[in-house]
Ligand binder design. Structure first.
Ligand code: SAM
Length: 228
């Protein structure tokens, strides 16, 4: 299996992705915790700061964390409201000058340029999203020597007795093969599942499994360097 499909969700009317996510953010003052994702912290803390692209940045917690560590970050999201919140969180954290926010509907448009880190954390959606196509574009945006970091839920939380709607979650091997990265120019540094504890909205303890891929674009040797 190399394809990840999001099937029509019976709980959600067939809205356009932009409308769906805009409504999701407008419906509550804050959707996410404001803390950086644990697998970003685990996988990116050792990387030397450079330029970073955060795809589906939401309210900006990951981008602000990176900027506070010296990265120059471009955060991308489909929702204007999420981007406004991200910009104000960056200003509160004193890193507005190291952050840029751009609205894109990924799958339709994609930011220009190449980056030392391209980060995609939970770029998953109950409405239409060409996840694999976007991740392949993400790989093309990684500069030589740079890193592609992808984190995705591998399944529903344990406390859900049944899936709320049909959704196929990306597998470690499936996503790697969908990326189609030539072995000679990419090095897979992390490809693993992590189980983390989580609590349901009703307070039930459980866990959820996330998958992580950290893949480095190999730096081509400079011509003649082998000969001094
Ligand atoms: C599950 S949330 C993850 C947010 C954030 N990365 C995090 O880990 O907290 C998915 C994010 O992707 C954004 N998104 C969904 N479809 C998108 C698209 N086609 N283009 C750009 N952003 C999109 C949503 O607005 C949302 O902020």
């Amino acid at each position: 299996m190399t394809h990840t499909h999001t099937h029509p969700n019976p709980h959600i009317p067939p809205t356009q992705p932009a409308e769906f996510w805009e409504a999701r953010y407008r419906d509550s003052e804050r959707v996410w915790s404001g803390r950086p994702n644990p697998l970003l912290v685990r996988e990116a803390s050792h990387l030397p700061p450079g330029t970073a692209l955060d795809l589906g940045c939401g309210e900006g917690a990951d981008a602000v964390w990176l900027a506070a560590r010296g990265w120059q970050v471009t955060g991308i999201d489909i929702s204007h409201t999420a981007l406004e919140r991200a910009a104000s969180h960056a200003a509160e954290a004193g890193v507005a000058d190291r952050t840029t926010w751009e609205r894109h509907e990924l799958g339709t448009t994609f930011p220009e340029g190449t980056f030392d880190l391209v980060n995609a954390q939970f770029l998953q959606s109950p409405v239409r999203l060409d996840q694999e196509g976007i991740l392949r574009q993400a790989a093309t945006a990684v500069a030589e020597g740079g890193t592609l970091l992808i984190v995705m839920h591998g399944g529903w939380p344990s406390w859900r007795s049944e899936a709320p709607f049909e959704m196929e979650f990306p597998t470690l091997e499936g996503t790697l093969s969908a990326l189609g990265l030539p072995e000679e120019s990419w090095s897979v540094e992390t490809m693993s599942a992590m189980r983390r504890e989580c609590v349901s909205p009703e307070g039930v303890d459980g866990f959820r499994e996330d998958n992580v891929w950290r893949i480095r674009r190999v730096q081509k040797p400079e011509f003649g360097s082998a000969f001094g």
